[in-house]
Design a protein around this ligand. Structure first.
Ligand SMILES: [Zn+2]
Length: 176
C-alpha cells in the first residue's frame, strides 16, 4: 500500500493541534498560525514519540513546527460563556437541520413546550424546526402532535470540550 498522498496541499494548509497549558487538546490551527504562536513565545513545541515536524524556512530563520504545540499561558477561552438562545446560535447547535424531519430549508425556531403553555425560552426548550413541521405542530407538544425530536435539546458545550471529545475519538491510541 502506498502512503496517503495529499496533492496540492501546501505547507501552510497543514494543521497543528494546540493543547492548553494543562495538556488538553483545544483546537486545530494552520501551520502559519502555529508558527506565529511559537515565534512570539505564546506556545512551545509538544513533541510526542511518533509526531512529525515541518520545517518552515525564511531568510535567517529555520523554524521547526511539530504536529502538537502547547500554550504557555492559561487559556483565555476559559471565560467562555454559554451563548444566548437566539436564532443564529440555535441553528448552529442543531447543525441547520429541522429537529423533527431533518429538512435544511425554511428553518424557524420552535418552543418544544409552547410558550402559551408556559414553555421557557431556554436551550432545553428551543429547537430548530422547518416551517412545515412548526406549522404542523402548532400550539401543541411533540407528543400531542405525534412528532419525535431527533435529539434532546441542551445548551451547547464549550468549543474546546467539543474539540477534545472529537480529538480523543480520532486519536484513541494517545490514551494508552
Ligand atoms: Zn421539519
Amino acid at each position: 500500500m502506498s502512503p496517503p498522498q495529499t496533492p496540492g496541499l501546501s505547507l501552510v494548509q497543514k494543521s497543528v493541534v494546540v493543547f492548553s497549558k494543562n495538556y488538553l487538546p483545544m483546537a486545530r490551527v494552520n501551520l502559519k498560525r502555529a508558527a506565529v504562536l511559537l515565534v512570539t513565545g505564546q506556545a512551545e513545541s509538544l513533541p510526542l514519540d511518533h509526531s512529525r515536524c515541518w520545517q518552515l524556512r525564511s531568510p535567517g530563520l529555520i523554524l521547526t513546527v511539530p504536529e502538537q504545540i502547547r500554550l504557555i499561558h492559561t487559556n483565555p477561552e476559559r471565560h467562555w460563556k454559554v451563548p444566548p438562545v437566539n436564532r443564529r446560535e440555535v441553528l448552529k447547535r442543531d447543525n441547520h437541520t429541522c429537529q423533527y424531519c431533518g429538512s435544511r430549508s425554511a428553518l424557524t425556531l420552535d418552543h418544544v413546550l409552547p410558550r402559551s403553555k408556559g414553555g421557557p425560552h431556554s436551550w432545553q426548550n428551543v429547537v430548530t424546526a422547518c416551517e412545515s413541521c412548526n406549522g404542523k405542530k402548532g400550539d401543541r407538544t411533540p407528543t400531542q402532535a405525534g412528532m419525535v425530536l431527533k435529539t434532546k435539546p441542551k445548551a451547547p458545550a464549550h468549543p474546546a470540550v467539543l474539540f477534545a471529545e472529537q480529538f480523543w475519538q480520532q486519536n484513541s491510541c494517545f490514551t494508552a
